[in-house]
Write a protein that binds this ligand. Structure first.
Ligand code: PGA
Length: 243
């Protein structure tokens, strides 16, 4: 496990963009696993700047996002599809047909989960998976539970997750109750994983995830079993980590 603690958000963003951009430079047709939420925004901004400067190109990159809300139309401002277009896809030279998210507005959600797993299988494997972490240890929308599923599936969001994400919506009731998420098996199959956390409110869950028991009660704890895990945190989120 490679843990790095950064004094500034800028340094964290640049280091994460170095890891992702460096991979794309070495392998222009890399497969990236991408995340949404507040955590990756600055990382994507750095990648956008690098692309504008001609340092990195996304033309041949394939991307898979971790998750999407169920029931929001794709073009809803808070859909993860809209988020990705705004923060990355529309601002770089990515090709839309290579940028995949689950479709939370699909009429047949089970078929949509199977379609997504089919695309993942076709891609072979994710070279680098970017992850944030929920306060309850969720990764993607794999919420704590007595068992976790390997493949793409529908989850009911925990009240704490809906509360945390209410900041993006006009009112808490507007946060969807369900989401489609890539499963833990797909996440752990990635060649490399970059887990990023920021802020004092993530310090305790980061300690549990990295040093606590490996348990489905804290889905991120399964990352301890991964052979190439990179953890980038700011000083506040890394307060309880040993480096
Ligand atoms: P955040 O969400 O980046 O908005 O903190 C992380 C997550 O819930 O996985």
């Amino acid at each position: 496990m490679n843990i790095r603690i950064f004094n500034s958000q800028e340094d964290l963003n640049e280091a994460a963009a170095d890891l992702i951009g460096g991979l794309v430079l070495r392998n222009p047709s890399a497969v990236l696993g991408l995340a949404t939420g507040g955590t990756p925004v600055g990382i994507y901004a750095s990648l956008v700047r690098r692309c504008a400067a001609g340092i990195v190109r996304f033309r041949d990159v394939t991307t898979f996002n971790l998750d999407e809300y169920v029931g929001l139309p794709k073009n809803h401002p808070e859909s993860y599809f809209s988020y990705m277009r705004k923060h990355l896809f529309d601002a770089v030279d990515a090709r839309p047909e290579r940028c995949h998210l689950p479709d939370g507005s699909a009429a047949d959600i089970a078929a949509e989960c199977a379609r997504y797993d089919g695309l993942l299988a076709q891609a072979g494997r994710i070279d680098l998976q970017l992850l944030g972490i929920g306060h309850n240890g969720h990764i993607g929308f794999n919420e704590p539970d007595h068992a976790l599923l390997s493949g793409t599936h529908v989850v009911e969001l925990k009240p704490s997750t809906r509360e945390a994400n209410a900041r993006f919506f006009d009112s808490p009731e507007q946060v969807p109750t369900h989401a489609i998420t890539m499963g833990i098996g797909s996440i752990l199959k990635a060649q490399s994983i970059l887990l990023v956390a920021r802020g004092a409110d993530k310090a305790e869950i980061m300690q549990r995830a990295l040093y606590g028991p490996i348990t489905t009660d804290c889905p991120a704890s399964l990352l301890q079993t991964h052979a190439d895990l990179h953890v980038y945190v700011d000083t506040a989120a890394g307060r309880l980590l040993n480096v």
